[in-house]
Ligand binder design. Sequence first.
Ligand code: SAH
Length: 218
Amino acid sequence: MQFDGIGMTSQRTRLRLIERLRQQGIKNTRVLSIMESTPRHIFLDEALSHRAYEDTALPIGHGQTLSQPYIVARMTELLLEAVPTAQSVLEIGAGSGYQTAILAQLFPQVYSVERIKPLLDKARGRLSQLRLRNVILRHSDGILGWPQERQFDAILSAAAPAAIPESLLAQLAPGGALIIPVGDRDQQLTLVRRIEDTFESVVLEPVKFVPLLSGITR
Ligand code: SAH
């Protein structure tokens, strides 16, 4: 593998992470195999890359974090189960671009928004380094959904609102599913399915995400 490192960024270290994800209950073999082959260390600053295969969230600057591998795996697995034939996925909060890279290898077309311009620019560079061309990135406020009017089969939010924004529900296609952490202090991972014009939500497990903030920064 072209991005394989040595020591703490090696394939062997990554395999240990995959083993741990299995132990924590991640079952989807496609998710596990994509996470096994995707170099997480290139999504971090060099000073932190030796920690890339620990199962923890890690800082990416601007007060933001690269999500914990377990939660990346869990949210992806839930979307694949809920909408196995999803063609288009919208991600809110590209951050480092790691979750985006995982989605891009499992769904035909990925759209992702990020409100912090320097993070978006770095994410763009890494995704093109990995030659993932089925991703469209936008510098915009995800509370408003995707900047153009359209619907997605699946939506994943990597930041937590106090309550689910209406715009995200409106951009969910019938038959689609939204996975999102909801709450201020005590957040719950929530799965919302759209069945024609009704929304059914299930609260899954307590989580800890950065807040979904409004507006963009340059
Ligand atoms: N999946 C990313 C998670 C990054 S943390 C990763 O693993 O790297 C969540 C990201 O959501 C942050 O980068 C933050 O800037 C972004 N974010 C928060 N509110 C947002 C909003 N309203 N619109 C777009 N992005 C937002």
